[in-house]
Design a protein around this ligand. Sequence first.
Ligand code: COA
Length: 158
Amino acid sequence: MIRPMTEGDLNGVLAIERLSFSSPWTYDNFLYELRNNPFSSCFVYEEDGKVLGYAMMWTLFEDGDITNIAVHPEYRRKGIAQSLLDELFSKAKAAGLEYLHLEVRVSNEKALRLYEKNGFETLRIRKGYYSDTNEDAYEMWKAIGGDHDEDPGNRIEL
Ligand code: COA
């Protein structure tokens, strides 16, 4: 089941975050998103009372930014990230958003395949975007509604 994230989920969320990222968000980072960031939408995928994954999005005017998505390593490749993305797409459409953006490490093949499968295209490379390793990011976007008269820019082929 996918439902909005609550503060009671944060221990489970943090465990997945630490298993998933070299520079994990902290408890306080998540708490800020839940308590203080009115632009943030946070969802968890829960099964039998256990958090198996989560996804987060910021909404600013007609744009959405996917800020975080991760699945517990023991439950990967079962379609959980896909379900979470579908939830974000549906919320984004319901909110009348035009575009979804995200950044992803250029070495993150699994995430790149996930986003490409879902119609995201690469807009540009952001040099040294990740300060922990100085790794570059692909900035990706996907049009999700409206007329899209304003193209956000030239795509690059991966
Ligand atoms: N190799 C290649 N493609 C993969 C993949 C892998 N190991 N894992 C997922 N994908 C792609 C595939 O296109 C897959 O579709 P398919 O199964 O029909 O081939 C699609 O993603 C959906 O897979 P799904 O099972 O929903 O993904 P998941 O639940 O395993 O979660 C991640 C995918 C990326 C969220 C997960 O690997 C993860 O948590 N990674 C660490 C955190 C992270 O990197 N987050 C992204 C930050 S930008």
